[in-house]
Write a new protein. Structure first.
Length: 670
């Protein structure tokens, strides 16, 4: 049976899960549609998804239509769960992009479109929620053409809109949904839409374009054939209106998925990192990529694989070419919702599941050991939101490491670290929703934590050169201790240490000890006890004692010298800053800039692209601790952002005073 693997992607709230239920129901795979509100859908089946009412993981649902098997990968809409979205796009052969008939193109739409662009994915665009008040297919179509790169054209237009939406009309054939007729009032609209569609089709075929420009009539069957070829090649994106809730337009969408989207065999050879290729045929050497990992509380570890070539049977040895280890799956499965079904083999073009295999990770390549190949890994962005974790009990403290390892094995976009300066345990994810879900999963694993915004790792520096002596002299019977050095400190980028001692005033063997003492003192600056940075140190002079001098004495002298020198060096407080990139609809530009100004941001640039703008700014880390939730509120969940470290900068005096006071109070109470 032919197979279509389709990633279903959209901005959150466009109705992806409801559409997947409509596809299952229409195909006869289910007797009734599940409801997101009731927690009865097939793709949103985890406890967290039922509790929150939105997709967190990629649901896999399978259905048959016209002797074709369609595997739909229902992805989350929240950008926080980007690894699920990107994994599904890489595992599919085509994409079904959903756009709300009320909201139009949103930031999430732009994001998934760009991902599909990156991998040259053919795609179909469905304008959903046509049954809603204020639904406007043609306004959304114009939005799609203006905002999403490539050629889009309406293949179907709606019969009615809002509560009056009944079905669709095929622009090329003029035929309406079964049992409906086309009113005379639509004739002019259909002629206009047909002309636009024909122009879009002939632009993809040089021969048809020549005939079209010469005025030759082109039969509909030729136009239809050229349309299908263009859609499968990803050079034309057909748009159609649907209502997942009422089912209007869904039969036509299913026909388009079968007729218009490519099968695995039409995808062409898949290329490995070393240039090797594999044909997508069952008789080719076996190869597959792990595109998703999950941990089932009953089954254990599940590895979702897309088979690119060849055939795998239970007991066959395959090589994890990414990790360099061989494995032998005893059982093979396919997934439908939450149901695992054992199968006798997995072959090219299938989505399968391997269970209870330890050394597998998202992005790993599996291949025939006799003919190994490795595919490129899944690229995932860096985390954008961090919280500090505080285990509630000693038992939670003991268990947190193993539990977090389990979560990160399932989701590589989660990062865990311990800040070497503050000592805090930090959990980082793609947004506040991402870390919230992760903490709920920790609780389900028996680890309870509270969270706070992370402490800001402030630093201290100096703004003027200074010179001071450090002398350590102690006599207490027997050998004493004697170390004496004079140092010069100066501001500068980074850290350096050198000796300018002449005439043997300090033996060379003690210079490293002085530096150790300087570095000891740099761990706690004079203002608030934060580490020092951007300081250049020169040893100028000193003295020693033949008997009483030692490494420890000169180390102590070096520490004393730096502490004394700081008094005249105009010490200052530094704060970490981040490079922030915010992407949101252009209508929010003023709000974004105004908000960033309240956060002491330095805006670096604004890049408009269609209806979306990207703002780049350098912002203090202290001002971004609630940015994930604040941006969602500011843009109605239509914005996305990324951050990465961008160095340190001076803290304004009025803020520095407050930080120093709070720090001293905290140290006094510690």
């Amino acid at each position: 049976m032919p197979v279509r693997i389709v990633s279903l992607a959209a901005h959150s709230g466009a109705g992806k899960t409801t559409l997947s239920e409509a596809l299952l129901h229409r195909s006869g795979a289910t007797s009734r549609m599940g409801r997101v509100e009731d927690g009865t859908t097939h793709s949103d089946h985890t406890d967290a998804e039922k509790q929150h009412g939105f997709s967190i993981t990629t649901g896999v649902v399978r259905l048959s239509h016209r002797d074709t098997e369609i595997t739909v990968l229902d992805t989350p809409g929240y950008a926080d769960f980007v690894r699920e979205i990107r994994g599904a796009v890489r595992a599919a052969d085509s994409a079904l992009i959903l756009v709300s008939a009320v909201s139009g193109v949103e930031v999430g739409t732009e994001r998934v479109w760009a991902t599909a662009d990156r991998f040259a994915m053919p795609r179909v665009v469905a304008v959903n929620k046509m049954d809603r008040e204020r639904a406007d297919f043609f306004a959304v179509l114009a939005d799609i053409r203006a905002s999403l790169r490539g050629h889009s054209a309406a293949l179907f237009v709606p019969l009615g809109e809002g509560p009056d939406f009944m079905g669709v009309v095929n622009v090329l054939s003029g035929q309406a949904s079964s049992g409906l007729s086309v009113p005379d009032s639509m004739r002019s609209l259909l002629r206009e839409s047909r002309e636009h569609l024909i122009e879009a089709i002939v632009e993809t075929d040089d021969d048809l374009m020549t005939r079209y420009l010469e005025g030759d009539p082109i039969p509909d069957d030729e136009l239809q054939g050229a349309l299908i070829r263009a859609v499968q090649a990803g050079t034309l994106y057909p748009v159609l209106p649907v209502s997942a809730l009422t089912g209007a337009g869904v039969p036509e969408l299913m026909d388009l998925l079968v007729d218009g989207l490519r099968s695995a065999s039409l995808r062409g050879p898949v290329t490995g990192l070393d240039g090797q290729t594999r044909e997508p045929r069952p008789d080719a050497p076996f190869s597959a990529r792990v595109w998703r990992m999950s941990i089932d509380p009953f089954v254990g570890k599940l590895a979702y694989v897309r088979v690119w070539s060849g055939t795998l049977k239970p007991g066959d040895t395959v090589r994890n070419t990414t990790q360099g280890a061989d494995l032998k799956p005893a059982h093979l499965y396919v997934m439908n919702g939450k149901e695992l079904t054992e199968v006798p083999q997995l072959s090219a073009g299938m989505i399968g599941v391997l269970t209870k295999i330890q050394d597998l990770h998202t992005g790993d390549t599996l291949a025939d050991p006799a003919q190994p190949i490795e595919y490129d890994p899944l690229w995932l962005p860096d985390p954008a939101h961090t919280v500090a974790l505080h285990p509630l009990t000693r038992q939670d403290e003991d268990k947190i490491g193993a539990a977090l390892s389990r979560l990160m094995e399932e989701d590589p976009t989660l990062h865990f670290s311990r800040d070497p300066q503050t000592g805090e345990q930090l959990l980082s994810g793609m947004g506040d929703m991402h870390t919230t879900i992760a903490i709920e999963k920790l609780s389900a694993l028996g680890v309870n934590v509270s969270t706070t915004p992370p402490q800001i790792p402030y630093r201290e520096t100096i703004h003027a050169p200074s010179k001071a002596q450090g002398k350590h002299k102690k006599q207490s019977g027997g050998h004493g201790q004697y170390g004496d050095c004079t140092i010069q400190i100066a501001p500068g980028e980074g850290y350096s240490f050198r000796s300018a001692v002449v005439g043997g005033a300090i033996p060379g063997k003690y210079i490293p000890s002085i530096e150790k003492g300087v570095q000891d003192a740099m761990q706690k600056g004079s203002l608030a006890g934060y580490p020092l940075q951007d300081i250049h140190v020169t040893v100028l002079d000193g003295s020693y004692h033949d008997v009483d001098s030692s490494d420890i004495a000169f180390r102590t002298a070096g520490s004393l010298a730096l502490k004394a020198a700081l008094e005249g060096a105009r010490p200052g407080l530094l704060e970490p800053v981040m490079l922030l990139r915010v992407r949101a609809p252009g209508q929010f530009t003023g709000d974004l800039i105004g908000d960033l100004q309240t956060r002491r941001a330095r805006v670096q640039g604004m890049e408009p692209e269609g209806t979306v703008i990207t703002v780049t700014a350098v912002v203090p880390q202290a001002e971004l601790q609630t940015y994930s939730a604040d941006l969602r509120s500011l843009t109605g969940d239509r914005g996305a952002f990324s951050v990465k470290p961008h160095g340190y900068q001076d803290v304004p005096e009025h803020i520095a005073k407050k930080v120093i006071e709070e720090r001293k109070a905290a140290l006094a109470n510690a």
